[in-house]
Design a protein around this ligand. Sequence first.
Ligand SMILES: Cc1cc2nc3c(=O)[nH]c(=O)nc-3n(C[C@H](O)[C@H](O)[C@H](O)COP(=O)(O)OP(=O)(O)OC[C@H]3O[C@@H](n4cnc5c(N)ncnc54)[C@H](O)[C@@H]3O)c2cc1C
Length: 410
Amino acid sequence: MTIPPANRIVVIGNGMAGHRLLSELVARGQHEGLTAIGAEPHAAYNRILLSSVLAGDKSTADVALAGQAWYASCGIELLTGDAVAKIDRAARTVATASGRVVPYDRLVLATGSRPIRLGLPGIDLAGVTAFRDIADVERMCGTPAGARAVVIGGGLLGLEAAAGLQRRGIGVVVVHLAGELMERQLDVPAAALLADAVSTRGIDVRLGAQTKEIVGRDGRVVAVRLADGSELPADLVVLAVGVTPETALAREAGLECGRGIKVDDALCTSDPAISALGECVEHRGQTFGLVGPIWEQAKVLADVLAGRGARYAGTAPVTSLKVSGIDLFSAGVVREGEGAETLVLADPVTPVYRKFVLRDGRLEGALLYGDVEDAGWYAELIAGAQDVGTLRDALAFGRAHAQPMAQAAE
Ligand SMILES: Cc1cc2nc3c(=O)[nH]c(=O)nc-3n(C[C@H](O)[C@H](O)[C@H](O)COP(=O)(O)OP(=O)(O)OC[C@H]3O[C@@H](n4cnc5c(N)ncnc54)[C@H](O)[C@@H]3O)c2cc1C
């Protein structure tokens, strides 16, 4: 189904997906009838760079994606600091928390994700924070050097939080439930290399450790208690245990939701007048946590809204860790299943570790530790699902070696 071009497009959520969609619409000549409504008090900013803000490499001003002037010059009405509280599908209006009512012909939900809050005793104490937005980072940056922090979660976000805090002179312990760091993106050898590199930086990593309680005094956190009874002193606790799609508004409006807001290949929800993109959606059973797929969704949805036929078919996940001095890249399936072939190149001294998972002659996943120079090329091979049979023997050595060998063999 191709949706006819709409007049008034309202985008709820002015994060990375919402902003990218607006840019794509403007690039297609849509300069009228656009409204963006964001709960945060800022115009859109690059959330990915919050790790750099925390590490002290960038300021919050540096990470702005667009100032108010950009919205005005593109004819976009921007409402900030005013969350949408209700969608009235029959009247085709949305109402904000401050009481504003905005009509739409076409509504787009780009409400992102919210951090998972563990149901632990002490979770509401002062000094306990997520790591999702500028307000969280400002809270973390207010922690003085010499203080102690416990980061709960040893995934991408937790490790970036730990590295940033450590750069600020804060003593950091990472508490991770699984036996390996970043177990969703890495295999056992790569996770071990990572744990070594993180520990060498002076970050204390506790694997297989379960948090039981956040201990407070006078309303403030003072420690984290683990299941084995040990206590880790803490002035700051960062929760980095994952995110969940922000579906509350959509559910309340009666839109079909699973883990995320369900969309079809045209990124249309169960209401033909409402689309959705970004981390809030569920597409073909998949939810999203990285911007790569979101950029593709924004292009597709802008085409759809402009009345051009376009379809989103999914994207292979690609992850890079942004901790300076640790080069890590993971794309596609990196833990081989039945019927898959694995190629590994490992130099424990450097250390460099490269692993490739092939199935039916195609590259299904790549994991690079220590040398990520060819990451983009491997990502292309995975996304293109092309036959890599002629590249196979030199695949692990990178593009410069593999391509000439493949050509010579032809
Ligand atoms: C510290 C950090 C580092 C990251 N690093 C990487 C990385 O290296 N690579 C990568 O690919 N991804 C990374 N990510 C993930 C990436 O930032 C997200 O995938 C991306 O921001 C998702 O975009 P989104 O627009 O769907 O959600 P968001 O960017 O979260 O935007 C959603 C917006 O909607 C607003 N909103 C929600 N409900 C309402 C409502 N009812 N009314 C109005 N507004 C509402 C929210 O306040 C928010 O501003 C990182 C994330 C963080 C936090």
